[in-house]
Design a protein around this ligand. Sequence first.
Ligand code: HEM
Length: 204
Amino acid sequence: MDLFVAAIETTSTTVTWASFYLATRPDIQSRIFEEIKANVGTDRFPSMQDKQSLVYTEAFIMEVLRMSNIFILVAPHAPVTDVCIRGYHIPKGMQMFPDVNSVLSDPAVWGDPENFRPERFVSERGILLKPDEFIPFFTGRRNCLGESLARMELFLFISALVQKFELMPPKGEVLDIKDIVGIFGVTHTPKPFNIRAILRHTKA
Ligand code: HEM
């Protein structure tokens, strides 16, 4: 039950955010598609073996996780003994909600956290960067148990989605990346929006 509850809402919410970013940023979407076309082709679906070569696609997923920040406040944690951190006394048992947003959108870390920019996770030599501050699955011993499964699912689903479909705003409508409003609940979800998914004429 714990695994299903923790897995379903989180992964589907992240895919919803990803669909929004793809539909509003055709430039990013075509760069992902070109990367998939060049490294995987269109005769078969991407697999986990392709992850190493789909650097920009993976950087896009990381930027979705950073910007959408689906757990603005992580589950409460409490120390098992009294502790003192940077002068703050935290008594045993005191419940604390870590504010992940303060890290994922810290200008001192990201420079321009308000901009959706997957390139921030790619080095000049084209290598995927993994900054310590990238903590959408939080950190420490009790961090997300499903991180590797979630990252696998997101990679397989999103790369196959872009390989198969072109996502765009509804006919005659303009959907701006800045228009999206997040609803703060159990997870941080985007307000409902409409997009079109047009089948690309590929073989996979
Ligand atoms: C995009 C997808 C996901 C995100 C962003 C995410 C994020 C998180 C975060 C921030 C926590 C709290 C960690 C903490 O309190 O230190 C957590 C806990 C947890 N997650 Fe995930 N999660 C995702 C997907 C999944 C999946 C797919 C599973 C299971 C298959 C899963 C299972 C769990 C479990 C069991 C915990 C509680 C761990 C514990 O208390 O020891 N999560 N997740």
